[in-house]
Design a protein around this ligand. Sequence first.
Ligand code: SF4
Length: 120
Amino acid sequence: MERMKFLCVSCPFGCFLTAEHEGGKLTGVSGNACPAGERYAAREVSGPVRSFTTTARVDGGMLPRCPVRSRSPLPLSDFFAVKREIDGITLKPPVEIGQTIIKNVLETGVDIIASRSIPS
Ligand code: SF4
């Protein structure tokens, strides 16, 4: 049995949780003020995901970099590899907000999209 301590960020209340798990399966949680904390703890011990944001290089636009983000949360364990993928591309303006920059990045099933427009 392993024990993890972390903050539940599902709401602004910010309960400090203690989760016990075996092989990524939640076996117990304490510190949560509501059932959402237990669901959050289960996700955290089995494979935490987060929204990913960074910037991508732009060639020839009015700005040198464009903010980009994952369309949906990505596994935390993939963040460094995804950052390397994004660092390997150069966007050509015009870039439209919401435009897919990398489809299915690293075969995670998640697209990387532009967070703002960059006119040419
Ligand atoms: S356990 Fe419930 S009340 Fe506490 S931070 Fe999480 S969602 Fe909010």
